[in-house]
Design a binder for this molecule. Structure first.
Ligand code: GLU
Length: 416
């Protein structure tokens, strides 16, 4: 696929990083350092498939910057993974950690594969093979992987087991998003959705909308989308639209969320059970107060930004809105909670998980939620204030808050 510049997520991320650094008064040398990861590994992983043939998979691990602390970020399994995407995602992780003030730099991994077409055994071999390939460059105080698109706690468990075998000691802090029995944290599985729901509640206060009157549309019914639908429904909002890869469902009176969650498969597909569906593009333009893209990149562009009805846009997915669309929405007064803030709940609770692993003492779900809420609200307020005092849109404000910490750490270390 040939992407235009506006849809190339690495290019657009670099564009905003440059602008943010300029606004903060850093020089071109800082941009030159931060526009790409410090390290990028490309690995080849041979896997003996169930049909008796060996398939060689390609994987990546990008370590954007470790001036603040060890690098941190998920590993995605997806057929469309590219080197540029992994690079951009690692930069976003640096921003997420900077914005939320957690002591990590950004990292990200990905493997080009389609887990929907692989058996459990094949997925286990691939997960273990990836860890063998990168074991020299990752570790609890070096680079800490986690779940991302189409990876889950089972995959983290296999990766942990492989790493512990190679290192010959138990090292739960090597990876986060683990099952509870292997040192996972309460609240990690629902963390991204919890973080998004905290952001929605704060945005509703700013827009003076009562949650009981609020209509929500969520694009994507995976881990983030489905839990978010549940939390919004429980909070009294009306979830009027949801979608999966096949299409969307919309009902102005509210959808039956319990039924949809009960029937979704493990990849979040549920609309195949319905006769009357709409397209994902139609869904984004339906009437609602809050729109949450929780699926893939480049969903809101110059082509549909004018037609978005929501007054609040909360980006649960990474990179769902192009830069041109961001400006259009901002000019129209739509309150945008950018991805690097809205989706930071996952890495925040990953950080809590790692802290618990390091101290060997585990917290209750309430403690996790309370701490998560505090960090997310503090980060939102900092960004909102920057947006207002510096007269920049919410995305640029978030980048300014996030990149400042990385750049300052780089300066203190004397790298620049
Ligand atoms: N993959 C998630 C993200 O993009 C979580 C990363 C983590 O927990 O380290 O933020």
């Amino acid at each position: 696929m040939n992407l235009g510049e506006s849809e190339n997520i690495l290019y657009s991320t670099q564009t905003v990083i440059k602008e943010a650094l300029e606004k903060l008064g850093f020089g071109d040398d800082m941009f030159d350092l931060l526009k790409e990861p410090l390290r990028l590994f490309k690995v080849r992983i041979p896997v003996l498939m169930d049909n008796g043939k060996v398939h060689v998979f390609t994987g990546f691990r990008a370590q954007h910057n470790d001036a603040v602390g060890p690098t941190k970020g998920g590993v995605r399994f997806h057929p469309d993974v590219t080197e540029d995407e992994v690079k951009a995602l690692s930069i976003w992780m640096s921003l997420k950690c900077g914005i939320t003030d957690i002591p990590y730099g950004g990292g990200k991994g990905g493997i080009i594969c389609d887990p929907r077409k692989m058996s459990f055994k094949e997925l286990e071999k691939l997960s273990r093979g990836y860890v063998r390939a990168i074991s020299q460059v990752v570790g609890p105080s070096k680079d800490i992987p986690a779940p991302d698109v189409m990876t889950n706690s089972q995959i983290m468990a296999w990766m942990l087991d492989e790493y512990s075998r190679i290192r010959e000691f138990d090292s739960p802090g090597f990876i986060t998003g683990k099952p509870l029995v292997l040192g996972g944290s309460h609240g990690r599985e629902t963390a991204t959705a919890k973080g998004v729901s905290i952001m929605i509640k704060e945005a509703l206060i700013k827009k003076e909308i009562d949650i009981l009157d609020a209509k929500v549309v969520i694009q994507g019914f995976g881990n983030a989308g489905s839990y978010l639908a549940k939390f919004m429904h429980e909070a009294g909002a009306k979830v009027v639209g949801i979608s999966d890869v096949l299409g969307g469902l919309y009902d102005p009176n509210g959808l039956d969320i319990d039924f949809l969650i009960d029937r979704r498969d493990s990849f979040g597909t549920v609309t195949n059970l319905f006769k009357k569906t709409i397209s994902n593009q139609e869904l984004l333009e339906m009437d609602c107060d809050i729109l949450v893209p929780a699926a893939i990149e480049n969903q809101i562009t110059v082509d549909n930004a004018e037609k978005i009805k929501a007054s609040i846009l909360v980006e649960a997915a990474n990179g769902p809105t192009t830069l041109e669309a961001t400006q259009i929405l901002s000019d129209r007064g739509v309150l945008l909670i950018p991805d690097v803030l809205a989706s930071a709940g996952g890495v925040i609770v990953s950080y809590f998980e790692w802290v618990q692993n390091n101290q060997g003492y585990y917290w209750s779900e309430e403690e996790v939620h309370e701490k998560l809420e505090k960090i997310m609200i503090r980060a939102l307020n900092k960004i909102y204030q920057t947006h207002q005092t510096r007269g920049v849109n919410m995305r640029l404000a978030a980048y300014m808050v996030g990149v400042r910490k990385v750049a300052e750490a780089v300066k203190y270390r004397g790298w620049i």
